[in-house]
Design a binder for this molecule. Structure first.
Ligand code: ADP
Ligand code: MG
Length: 561
């Protein structure tokens, strides 16, 4: 099928042509006519990189009445990066459609400025749920007359805890509008939204449900948890031209890994929620320009970001939720290119691999971490290759050659080669001299760091890769009737991981303290149940001195509840 068979007007066709899109992708082919020819609500289930933005964006632009200065379509998406990306995409489709105004609105940017532009009149808003609700409450934006509502990356919006905002926004939309919901996966929560707010939606599924991109190869390396970083470096060193996204579980880890990589001389940087908007834009710009080879990111920060030609997606840690892996690996292998998705796992995480394989319907290949010698060989050949291919400008170099020749006269050809190679290459030789084999992974010792939690009747290992215990403060205590098991339940719920290390739980009259593995800090701070028996709960890190004291103590605090 061709774009001109879809019922798009010449101006849009011209824009599409300018972008170099030759023919519609499968989801575009299915959804665009459905929007033009029916009034149905639609759910679109497709993996990342299948062209969903144009599938909804083109018909929305087509159906916009430019002469009517009112918001006619609202597109909700989970992150500010995505908002910007979607509105830029829409603007480029509409480059030959004069007068169309698309406005991205998101938190972290000046709301006054957004309000000012809204007052002048916009046709299409692309928003994060939080900021949209803010604007509605301030009566700065009216969505009472929208024709179309798009929920893009619906699963992620819900994962990010936008449930209440979505409900509130959806309540204020008119009943005559059409709703389009896009998601890479269809968990229960998304189904709930679809059931509650959509009218007998037509479902369009492209490719296998929940499957990863077709042309992505999946590889895992198994190492001891403390060797993760060394393994990452070897993977990067084995691929001198790597252009990759490295996913970590927490902001803290993201920063730490990026810092280490930078210190070790890699073109790397971090992308996470603690950065300001302009810092994030700056990092993304450098990554897109390929001045960064490795972008270390959290899932939230990198969600949906469309960067061409990523060669490797690296899971520094596997996510708890297999669907998250699908999203991560979907960052590579886009637009028919091939890509590699790598997981670095420890012994314990092997079972996560099997879970992911089931969802992907594809198997992982286990690979050995390259040895120091293999890496040196690879790097050496690359250097020799570059030397061979270097362009020699005879004319420019001629005046210097005599001096150079004289200076090197005392060396034989063989020696010259050795010197030249050593100059560039000693760094690798030194680093990988006596490098250990990282592949010798054995089952963790049965004795040793064992944790017994008698009250709960469970026994489990202290997981060193979760970091030290951190002490958290919680605003409820004995007087509120809270029990250790409630706290454990809330911790498990917020982290969605039953393997989390939980240390001391100390319940006072009006408040409590608990300890949990450092790796889960963000999840606990952001995901903690907000209420207990109707009372609001506040959770924060306990004061830093008590945490420092804990950090210094060597043995893990495995005391029981
Ligand atoms: P999704 O939202 O499904 O993850 P996007 O809409 O971000 O995917 O599109 C992924 C990439 O494919 C983008 O770079 C986009 O420009 C490109 N693309 C979209 N439609 C086409 C098409 N018909 N032909 C070629 N490239 C396309
Ligand atoms: Mg998208």
């Amino acid at each position: 099928m061709r774009f001109d068979e879809l019922g798009l007007s010449p101006n849009l066709l011209k824009g599409i042509d300018k972008l170099g899109f030759e023919k519609p992708t499968t989801i575009q082919e299915k959804i665009i006519p459905l929007i033009f020819n029916t009034a149905n609500d639609i759910t679109g289930l497709a993996q990342t990189g299948t062209g969903k933005t144009a599938a909804f964006g083109l018909p929305i632009i087509e159906q916009t009445d430019i002469n009517q200065k009112a918001v006619q379509a609202l597109i909700l998406s989970p992150t500010r990066e995505l908002c910007i990306q979607i509105s830029k995409d829409m603007q480029s489709y509409a480059q030959y459609v004069p007068g169309l105004i698309v406005l991205p609105v998101y938190g972290g940017a000046s709301i006054e400025e957004q309000i000012r532009i809204l007052k002048k009149g916009v046709h299409i808003i692309v928003a994060t749920p939080g900021r949209m609700l803010d604007l509605i409450k301030r009566k700065a934006a009216s969505i009472k007359h929208i024709q179309t509502l798009v929920l893009d990356e619906a699963d992620e919006m819900l994962n990010m805890g936008f449930r209440d905002e979505l409900d509130a926004i959806l309540e204020t939309t008119p009943s005559f509008k059409r709703t389009l919901l896009f998601s890479a996966t269809m968990p229960k929560e998304v189904e709930r939204i679809a059931k509650k707010y959509m009218r007998e939606p037509v479902n369009i599924t492209v490719g296998r449900q929940n499957s990863g991109a077709e042309n992505v190869k999946h590889i895992y390396y198994q190492v001891h948890a403390p060797d993760r970083y060394l393994a990452l470096k070897r993977i990067a060193d084995m691929q001198p031209d790597i252009y990759s996204l490295v996913f970590c579980r927490t902001r803290r880890e993201t920063k730490e890994i990026a810092d280490k990589l930078i210190k070790d001389g890699y073109n790397a940087d971090a992308l996470h929620g603690d950065l300001s908007q302009s810092q994030r834009d700056h990092v993304m710009k450098r990554f897109r320009e390929k001045s960064l080879q490795m972008l270390v990111a959290t899932d939230v920060a990198a969600r949906g970001i469309d960067v061409q030609d990523i060669s490797h997606v690296i899971n520094y840690n596997l996510p708890d939720d297999p669907d998250v892996y699908t999203h991560r690996s979907g960052r590579t292998g886009r637009a028919d290119k091939s890509g590699i998705s790598i997981a670095i796992v420890n012994f314990r995480e092997k079972s996560k691999i099997s879970k992911i394989e089931k969802i992907l319907g594809k198997s992982f290949k286990k690979q050995a971490i390259p040895s120091g010698e293999e890496i040196c060989r690879k790097q050496l050949f690359r250097m020799i290759d570059r030397m061979e291919k270097a362009e020699v400008d005879e004319e420019q170099i001629a005046p210097f050659m005599e001096t150079v020749n004289n200076k090197l006269e005392w060396l034989s050809k063989e020696q010259i080669i050795k010197h030249f190679v050593s100059l560039e290459f000693n760094r690798f030789l030194d680093y990988y001299k006596n490098a250990p084999d990282l592949n010798k992974v054995t089952e963790p010792a049965k004795e040793g760091n064992r944790k017994k939690n008698t009250k709960q009747g469970r026994t489990k290992h202290f997981q060193a890769d979760q970091g030290q215990y951190l002490r958290f403060f919680m605003s409820l205590g004995k007087n509120d009737g809270i029990l250790p098991k409630n706290i454990i339940g809330m911790i498990n719920e917020s982290t969605r991981d039953r393997d989390i290390n939980i240390g001391d739980i100390d319940i006072k009259d009006t408040h409590s303290f608990f300890e949990a593995g450092e790796a889960y800090t963000d999840k606990i701070l952001n995901g903690f149940n907000k209420r207990f028996k109707g009372r609001r709960i506040k959770v924060s890190l306990a004061d830093s001195t008590s945490n420092k004291r804990k950090k210094r103590s060597k043995k893990p605090l495995n005391s029981r509840v």
